[in-house]
Design a protein around this ligand. Structure first.
Ligand SMILES: Cc1cc2nc3c(=O)[nH]c(=O)nc-3n(C[C@H](O)[C@H](O)[C@H](O)COP(=O)(O)OP(=O)(O)OC[C@H]3O[C@@H](n4cnc5c(N)ncnc54)[C@H](O)[C@@H]3O)c2cc1C
Length: 437
């Protein structure tokens, strides 16, 4: 499995609990970092999970599991305090620690840290049947496997208009924690940092809020394309569309219906903020106004149409944004030091999966209901994709809500294939050696 994020950790738990220890023992998770951290660069102390802790890695599939969030708290002696907090929404760092605890307490599945999967190549038998995969790692090692599960998340999306700016001036939300220190150094002596945050969803708003603490004398501006910041949709009726059972319903809809449903569901997840957080943000701006200390600005109906770096008289440089005001139709300049992009993720299939599909010669990457890519008739190995199947499995595919059930779907499919073809498709070093890795 590539990636020790929630998707693959939930699958590891499902494999440990599937009743076949040998399948779990033959499983390894590769993680590029030295530890497990959920949303590592936006692990701000006050950020919370947007879904209930009951939707942890396992409870909806197996409420008796020892890998549940409640058991994690119980084993650490923290259950009373958590219950007394009276919330369904733990802090993000708490769920992150829970995920590390799950990784640490797996009995059979191994986690190999500090290695990045760089390239995957298919392994074919002499008769052309696909046996499995060779995964080349950043430390020079190569791992051979019959089944490969991709759970590595998506690549950050940087809009074209910012693509030519120097890297030190642009911070995507996936880099915030590790980069904010260097960007605050961009402030010139005697002049505080002038950061601009781009985007109107949760990640953008979290960076905006955090900059007030991380760059205390700064004057952050947030540019939002839509009319204003909005809550994301939390109606209980709409929330029913996040039930794991809705995946079946969505999967069987005609493609054009799925597209429309996805579009209508955008405000349940993207382009909106968690309502309590939106209130906090509004209150912060209100306080600034009422105390006569307005330092930050949130501007709706604005769109950046050009961005460049210009030198400043007396030395140094600054970023100049050409901002289109959608109200007046005019364009004005906004000068700043650094840009913080809450612009989300690339919706394309991740590059590693696309390269593999090209090497195999797949015309398109599509998964079946069990998240398995169609590798053609006779394939013995299997490729499963987690978290990149919104188009076929619905908007909850990128979320934690469905992880417990999705991991049961994938684990069940792996077991079924192993039972149907025991021993088939074992990949040997000799077979892999013929591959140009
Ligand atoms: C700021 C933020 C907050 C969110 N909050 C919520 C929330 O509250 N509730 C919710 O349901 N969803 C939330 N989401 C959605 C989020 O996508 C899921 O919560 C979840 O993280 C998806 O898990 P994943 O395992 O598929 O991917 P990720 O969490 O992205 O994990 C991927 C893992 O793979 C590793 N990796 C990547 N490439 C490689 C490689 N080549 N080799 C080895 N390792 C690799 C990464 O280091 C990482 O550990 C949030 C998303 C963001 C950005």
């Amino acid at each position: 499995m590539i990636g020790a994020g929630p998707s693959n950790l939930a699958l590891a738990v499902a494999l440990e609990e599937c009743g076949s220890p040998e399948v779990a023992e033959g499983t390894m998770i590769l993680e590029q970092y030295q530890d497990v951290k959920w949303q590592r660069n936006l692990l701000l102390p006050w950020t919370r999970s947007q879904v209930s802790y009951v939707k942890d890695l396992v409870t909806l599939r197996n409420p008796r599991s020892r890998f549940s969030f409640l058991n994690f708290l119980h084993e650490r002696g923290e259950l009373d305090e958590f219950v007394n907090l009276g919330t369904f929404h733990p802090f993000r760092w708490q769920l992150s620690t829970y995920q590390q605890w799950v990784a640490d307490t797996l009995e059979h599945v191994q986690v190999r840290y500090g290695v990045r999967a760089e390239r995957v190549l298919p392994i074919h038998a002499e008769d052309g049947a696909m046996l499995g995969f060779a995964v080349r790692l950043s430390d020079g090692d190569t791992i051979l496997c019959r089944d490969l599960v991709f759970g590595a998340g998506r690549a950050p999306f940087v809009p074209e208009v910012f693509a030519s700016l120097p890297a030190e001036r642009v911070v995507h939300s996936t880099e915030y924690g590790s980069r904010v220190g260097d960007t605050t150094g961009l402030a010139r002596p005697g002049r505080p940092l002038r950061p601009v945050v781009i985007g109107g969803a949760q990640s953008a708003a979290e960076m905006f809020m955090a900059l007030h603490q991380d760059a205390p004398d700064s004057s952050p501006t947030m540019l939002v394309r839509s009319i204003a910041l909005k809550d994301y949709q939390t109606s209980k009726f709409v929330n029913e569309l996040f039930y794991p059972s809705f995946v079946d319903e969505f999967f069987t809809m005609p493609e054009e219906v799925r597209t429309k449903v996805l579009d209508e569901m955008r405000l349940t997840n993207y382009a909106g903020l968690a309502p309590p957080f939106l209130d906090e943000l509004y209150t912060m701006i209100y306080r600034q106004k009422m105390l006569g200390q307005p330092v930050s600005v949130i501007r709706g109906l604005t769109e950046v149409v050009d961005a460049r770096v210009e030198s400043v008289p007396g030395g140094g440089a600054e970023v100049v944004l050409e901002v289109h005001d959608r109200r007046s139709g005019g364009v004005e300049q906004l000068r700043c030091d650094a840009l913080f992009l809450g612009t989300g993720f690339d919706q394309e299939m991740p590059a590693m999966v696309r390269h593999l599909a090209d090497t195999i010669g797949l015309p398109e990457v599509r998964v079946n209901r069990q998240y398995r890519v169609d590798l053609g008739a006779g394939a013995k190995g299997a490729l499963y994709l987690q978290g990149v199947n919104e188009a076929t499995h619905g908007i909850s595919d990128t979320l934690i809500s469905v992880l417990a059930h999705r991991s049961a779907d994938i684990a069940g499919d792996i077991l079924e294939r192993r039972t149907a073809h025991p021993g088939a498709g074992q990949v040997s070093a000799r077979q892999a050696a013929v591959m140009p890795i």
